[in-house]
Design a protein around this ligand. Structure first.
Ligand code: ZN
Ligand code: ZN
Length: 275
């Protein structure tokens, strides 16, 4: 029973995928369900308004689709990927009290009001310093607002770091060991607050052979007692649905995980690997 639980559709500012096409792709790949998690990034400085989400329109469209789809046992869940920033905590709390979702991913897409996607973020800073700033911002965000079900793509900044490192001819590797104390603090916070850790396979389509976070961090999470994993490919088009799941799941099992979780009405439902 494999489900992809992080994907975007035309309701997101960076995707033009038709939700029905994402469902067809998931069915073709043998999935038994999926969770839509369209973007909502308030106060997105680089392009204001790009990642605003029309929530009533999104929910009513997806709920209609849910009524059409689920007759044959395919599970369709409606989630959201919130772009966290510490000053948005109250707005996010109000949003979640007003609207109900199956699943809430909390992601850090902006650090101090800037998107690390852009090369400028790295200017005048060592890679190690940038990664520390990103991790500190992550901790500040989950401390300010912990009503999320999973922490999205922890360490994904290394994708951008490695891209910049290539242009500089430097080593931009993000290693657990260089940031162990901060990463442990984040992982412990998640474990203590029953927040899951997302395994995001999106990096594979950019040529990496690790998910975000890396297997080193996933191993550490397991060693600290973490068992709540969620799984998503962060697809923005149908061809990327469940990408690299076949590569990643055996390695998660090798680390010691025996299951992952999907969320329905914000409650975790355990799905053993291999069933
Ligand atoms: Zn994201
Ligand atoms: Zn995403």
């Amino acid at each position: 029973m494999i489900s992809d639980n992080h994907m975007h559709t035309r309701f997101s500012g960076d995707s033009d995928a038709d939700p029905a096409d994402m469902i067809s792709a998931a069915r073709k790949k043998g999935l038994t369900g999926l969770t839509f998690t369209d973007h909502l990034d308030w106060d997105y400085a680089a392009e204001p308004g790009l990642f605003d989400l029309d929530i009533p329109a999104y929910l009513s469209y997806m709920e209609n689709l849910q009524n059409v789809i689920t007759s044959d046992g395919f599970s369709l869940r409606i989630g959201i990927e919130l772009g966290l920033q510490p000053h948005l905590a109250k707005r996010h709390a109000a949003l979640l009290s007003e609207h109900s979702f199956d699943f809430v991913i909390g992601s850090i897409h902006q650090v101090g009001g800037a998107d690390p996607y852009y090369d400028e973020f790295f200017e005048g800073r060592s890679f190690r310093a940038v990664y520390d700033i990103f991790l500190e911002e992550t901790l500040a965000n989950i401390t300010a607002f912990s009503d999320i079900d999973t922490l999205g793509h922890l360490d994904y900044i290394c994708r951008y770091g490695q891209r910049v490192a290539k242009t500089r001819g430097e080593d931009g590797t993000f290693s657990y060991d260089n940031h162990a104390a901060l990463i442990d603090e984040i992982l412990s916070f998640l474990i203590n607050h029953d927040i899951a850790l997302e395994v995001n396979t999106g990096a594979y389509r950019y040529g990496y052979d690790e998910p975000n976070p890396s297997f080193a961090i996933l191993s550490r999470y397991h060693a600290l007692g973490g068992r709540l994993l969620t799984l998503g490919a962060d697809a923005h088009s149908p061809s990327d649905v469940a990408a690299a799941f076949d590569l990643v799941i055996p390695r998660l099992i090798a680390v010691g995980f025996s299951s992952y979780f999907v969320f329905e009405k914000r409650n975790p439902v355990e799905i053993p690997f291999g069933k």
